[in-house]
Write a protein that binds this ligand. Sequence first.
Ligand SMILES: Cc1cc2nc3c(=O)[nH]c(=O)nc-3n(C[C@H](O)[C@H](O)[C@H](O)COP(=O)(O)O)c2cc1C
Length: 190
Amino acid sequence: MLHGECRAGRGGAVVEILLVTGSTRSGSTNTAALRTALEAAPDGVTVALYEGLAELPAFNPDQDTDSLPAPAADLRGRIASADALLFCTPEYAGTLPGSFKNLLDWTVGGSEMHEKPVAWVNVAPEGRGNGASETLRTVLGYLSTDIIDAACVRLTVPRGAVGSDETIEDPQVREGLRDVLRTIAKHVVG
Ligand SMILES: Cc1cc2nc3c(=O)[nH]c(=O)nc-3n(C[C@H](O)[C@H](O)[C@H](O)COP(=O)(O)O)c2cc1C
């Protein structure tokens, strides 16, 4: 497994969802939400956490060739083999963190995102983080992904809610994440 990948899920998995954080911060609320989703996966869903964000080089169109830098090739391969993607990103300066936009830029030159079912969870308090969601919608629209609106929700996670195991105990957040994964899976299965 690459980049410290974690996998979870229960028997008879049919839908594989790749979880992608937009934060590189240790103790990140966004990454904690996705780690919690690893534990909250309902039956029939397998989830994997992508943890290579900080290893991606700065996007350079000159390197967007058949021989991609290894981290970018890994990213595209992971996206290709997933049935759907779930993003969770903070807002920086009214938009997406640069490192996360960099990740998205590495996907533009490939076909992996085309019609890929996608959703995002916004963990910011009500009234905050909207710029990140709006920008994400713009970029994912540009990439011709299949945005699952019913699975794009806000589940506020205060910093103090992240436990020492880097997950969130709050049962409402856990149930909310399980619902999101269930909604994505239903959309994929059709
Ligand atoms: C450089 C920087 C810029 C930020 N800009 C915004 C912003 O424009 N709007 C906002 O709501 N929060 C902003 N924040 C707050 C972060 O979104 C917030 O701390 C979030 O919890 C970070 O996510 P994480 O816990 O996953 O690292 C900013 C934080 C940093 C470090």
